[in-house]
Design a protein around this ligand. Structure first.
Ligand code: NAD
Ligand code: UFG
Length: 369
């Protein structure tokens, strides 16, 4: 099928695009590069025998968006595009409501004009607010603790109302837990701008020597070692969840919701220790004040996705950290650094040949010579 991927140049989007290509889908990416670089798409295309098309479009440009959708005529949309910094959303709430909520409204209108009614939406475990009813189930009551989380909550509700009003819509709300890791090639990964807000990229930057030490936000939670526990999920497993959801939506209208997590938590100190082990580098840390709004523990019950989608996360913490470290070492300052940036398209394809993915119909992966 022809899949339009908003935010496909971003972290989770780029990994998902690669899997879509591998699965034999035609892919058109739509991104405004507000938090990404076209270099990510160049690398995805170098990693794949079939190529994604890339269009620079802002979801807030209503006219261009409608024109694009009616020209592309996708069969389905995966909607990653959004702003995601919790702290920034507190200081600039309207920017978040405009970009995330209005951007999604514009997208839904444009999809309707293009007669496309199949949507996979990037929701988040943030919609569980400060819930302590662990493990978190899809039916756990929702709430928001900051404007970013509230945009996800509003969009989920909006999609539920839309699905209830018009049976042509097939919609998946995927609630991601904590996405980490990178593609095994080290060619694509998360490239946070400025000081990372999230733990894993911060720890990776300490291990590579870009930052002095990790500030551990609280050492007195009621968790086994006193530090916060989260359900980290490898971005490749997460990407696979999108393909499974698309498959499900083919034969099922209405609005569906699935947790995408592993079901297992790791503490901040366990993450630091895994990085120290994998990188062989010291990872100094200091216990500091709790971060306002953080919960002690968050992890999914992922059973619904397993039963209904036949999906489950396969990769553990060690592999998440290994892949993240490879990406960090090869691209110490993200997409704008490292040797791969200097390579021409042909040289890049040659360099990444061991990882080349071929469309399913074209033969098994790696069968390239
Ligand atoms: P990301 O910032 O790497 O990717 C988002 C992409 O959307 C970027 O390429 C950005 O340029 C693009 N974009 C943003 N606003 C746009 C607009 N108005 N028009 C066109 N493109 C626009 O983020 P990510 O980590 O890949 O996250 C993808 C989605 O998943 C987001 O919606 C995010 O809220 C959600 N999510 C992420 C996490 C996480 O921890 N990474 C957790 C839960 C949910
Ligand atoms: N942490 C530190 N030091 C840091 C950063 C984080 O100790 O420098 C701790 C936090 O206190 C927490 C854990 O590491 O215990 C994970 O924190 P992250 O910021 O990496 O992730 P969160 O679970 O707080 O939030 C992330 C996204 C949210 C999203 C949520 C669930 O930022 O937007 O995952 O998907 F909603």
């Amino acid at each position: 099928m022809h899949v339009l991927v908003t935010g496909g140049a971003g972290y989770i989007g780029s990994h998902t695009v690669l899997q879509l290509l591998q699965d034999g889908h035609e892919v058109t990416i739509l991104d405004n590069f507000s938090n990404s670089s076209p270099e990510a798409v160049r690398r995805v295309n170098a990693l794949s025998s079939s190529k994604a098309k890339l269009l620079k479009v802002d979801l807030l440009d209503e006219e261009l968006l409608k024109e694009t959708l009616t020209t592309v005529k996708p069969d389905a949309v995966i909607h990653f595009a959004g702003l995601k910094s919790v702290g920034e959303s507190v200081s600039q709430p309207l920017k978040y409501y405009r970009n995330n909520v209005t951007g999604t409204l514009n997208l839904l209108d444009a999809m309707d004009s293009a007669q496309c009614h199949t949507l996979v939406f990037s929701s988040s475990a943030t919609v569980y607010g400060e819930s302590t009813a662990l493990p978190l189930l899809e039916r756990t009551p929702r709430s928001a603790t900051n404007p970013y989380g509230r945009t996800k909550l509003h969009i989920e509700e909006m999609l539920e109302e839309l699905g209830a009003s018009d049976a042509r819509w097939s919609i998946a709300n995927l609630r991601y837990f904590n996405p980490v890791g990178a593609h095994e090639s080290g060619a694509i990964g998360e490239d946070p701008q400025g000081i990372p807000n999230n733990l894993m990229p911060y720890v990776a930057q300490v291990a590579i020597g870009r930052r002095d030490k990790v500030g551990v936000f609280g050492g007195d939670y009621s968790t086994p070692d006193g530090t916060g526990v989260r359900d980290y999920i490898h971005v490749e497993d997460l990407a696979a969840g999108h393909l499974a959801a698309l498959e499900y939506l083919k034969d099922s209208s209405g609005v569906h919701v699935w947790n995408l997590g592993t079901g297992t938590g790791a503490s901040v100190l366990e993450v630091i220790e895994a990085f120290r082990r994998v990188s062989g580098q010291p990872v100094p840390y200091e216990i500091v004040e709790r971060r306002p709004g953080d919960v002690a523990e968050s992890y999914a019950n992922p059973e619904k996705a397993r039963l209904e989608l036949g999906w489950k996360a396969e990769r553990g913490l060690e592999q998440m950290v290994e892949d993240m470290w490879r990406w960090q070492e090869q691209n110490p300052r993200g997409f704008e650094s490292g040797d791969l940036l200097e390579l021409s398209d042909d040289e890049l394809a040659e360099h990444l040949k061991p990882y080349l993915v071929t469309r399913k119909e074209d033969g098994p992966r790696g069968d390239i010579d």
